[in-house]
Design a protein around this ligand. Structure first.
Ligand SMILES: C[S@@+](CC[C@H](N)C(=O)[O-])C[C@H]1O[C@@H](n2cnc3c(N)ncnc32)[C@H](O)[C@@H]1O
Length: 374
């Protein structure tokens, strides 16, 4: 999964812009400007709870086109003390998407003495790119946003059988021109991740499942988030589709807004898996005693509590009928429950209503108390 998505030559994300109607799938920030604006409200509330520090590392993991951050910066432009405090750090593996983010954030390169830096003209904040979270310099209070980042991290799949739990592997089919799934004939080293995940599950939960997906990379990155927030202060907001418990069999491939077979032309379709929010919570809590974990709550609860109803009404005051229709459509896609009345996708398979399929979880330094609106 990691190879298919991030191989430097032919990884799915590495050489193209995959988002939007003309791409393969649409994410919440691309649906409506209100999404990024409200994440901005969340970030500003956390900054206030942190005591309004003069410098903050605002880190986004997997920023896609950079739309969430652009809307966050535009939406918070009037709160000058907040925007002046920001050092923007983007964790992005794709050179192509880094260029798209540079343009979306209206970046310009500046020289200050001998030093060169990149600045977003949306707010004047310096912008830095990194291939991984550990490369982001620490030492400043931190606000981390991860929207649809964890679902792109590689999972291992295990299946219960007469030999106990076996890992699902990819093999060559008979004529060696196609791939197929097989069960490992021998125990694999990855079983160690399965036993770690099972420690956090009840006997009843384990009895019900024949398959389990485990994402060691999500556990590792969560530990890095918890460590950073413990030492530097601040918090993280993770939003993704997922479950607050063991995920069984969710790996999916999407091309041109349609589900396709996972092994069909690897690298040409997006691969993603449901995020196991219970595993994220346990990984964070095991990593540090100085953080607290809140949620998950549904995206609809999060955006509702952050004021999406007021925002949509305010925007409706100042727009023509076409813009109003687009605002209504966007609103229902973000908070709707799957029966969203205004949304008709390109075809029946398009996921509708992100309101309850997407969950939000916050990890914060205990010093700040509970984050809004958890
Ligand atoms: C599903 S997209 C989400 C984009 C954006 N957050 C949004 O909601 O529109 C996943 C993003 O994470 C990036 N990404 C995936 N795996 C990554 C990794 N291992 N390290 C850094 N970035 C990664 C992709 O290039 C892409 O920008």
């Amino acid at each position: 999964m990691e190879e298919v998505l991030t191989n430097p030559q032919s990884g799915y994300y590495m050489n193209r812009d995959v988002f939007g109607e003309s791409g393969d799938f649409i994410t919440s920030p691309e649906v409506s400007q209100m999404f990024g604006e409200l994440i901005g409200v969340w970030a500003m509330c956390l900054w206030e709870q942190m005591g309004k520090p003069e410098k903050v590392n605002l880190i986004e993991l997997g920023p896609g086109r950079g739309t969430l951050l652009a809307d966050l910066l535009r939406g918070s432009a009037k709160f000058v003390n907040f925007t002046k405090a920001l050092n923007i750090n983007l964790v992005e593996c794709s050179p192509t998407l880094q260029k798209v983010q540079y343009n979306t954030l209206k970046c310009e390169d500046e020289s200050v003495g001998d030093e060169k830096r990149t600045v977003s003209k949306l707010s004047g904040a310096p912008v830095y790119w990194h291939a991984s979270l550990v490369q982001v310099p620490s030492g400043f209070p931190t606000i981390i946003v991860a929207h649809e980042f964890f679902d792109a991290l590689p999972i291992h799949q295990f299946q219960k059988g007469s030999r106990g739990w076996c890992e699902k592997m990819v093999d060559l089919a008979g004529d060696s021109s196609r791939f197929r799934f097989v069960l490992s004939p021998q125990p694999t080293a990855s079983l160690i991740f399965l036993s770690k995940r099972c420690q956090w599950a009840s006997a009843e939960e384990l009895e019900k499942v024949e398959q389990i997906e485990v994402c060691p990379k999500a556990m590792e990155i969560t530990e890095q988030i918890a460590d950073r927030i413990s030492s530097d202060g601040g918090g993280a907001l993770i939003i993704d589709y997922g479950k607050n418990g063991i995920v069984s069999d969710s790996l999916q491939a999407i091309r041109k807004h349609k589900f396709v077979h996972i092994l069909d032309d690897p690298g040409s379709a997006d691969l993603s898996a449901y995020v196991d929010f219970a595993a994220i919570k346990h990984s964070a809590m095991e990593a540090s005693d100085d953080i607290s974990v809140h949620g998950p709550m549904t995206q609809s609860q999060l955006l509702g509590s952050l004021g999406i109803n007021f925002r949509v009404e305010a925007l409706m005051q100042n727009c023509d009928e076409k813009q109003a229709e687009s605002l209504r459509t966007g609103y229902w896609r973000l908070v709707g429950d799957g029966e969203a009345p205004f949304w008709e996708g390109p075809d029946d398979q398009t996921p509708i209503g992100m309101g309850s399929r997407y969950l939000a979880m916050a990890i914060v330094n205990k010093k700040q108390g509970s984050p809004v609106p958890f």
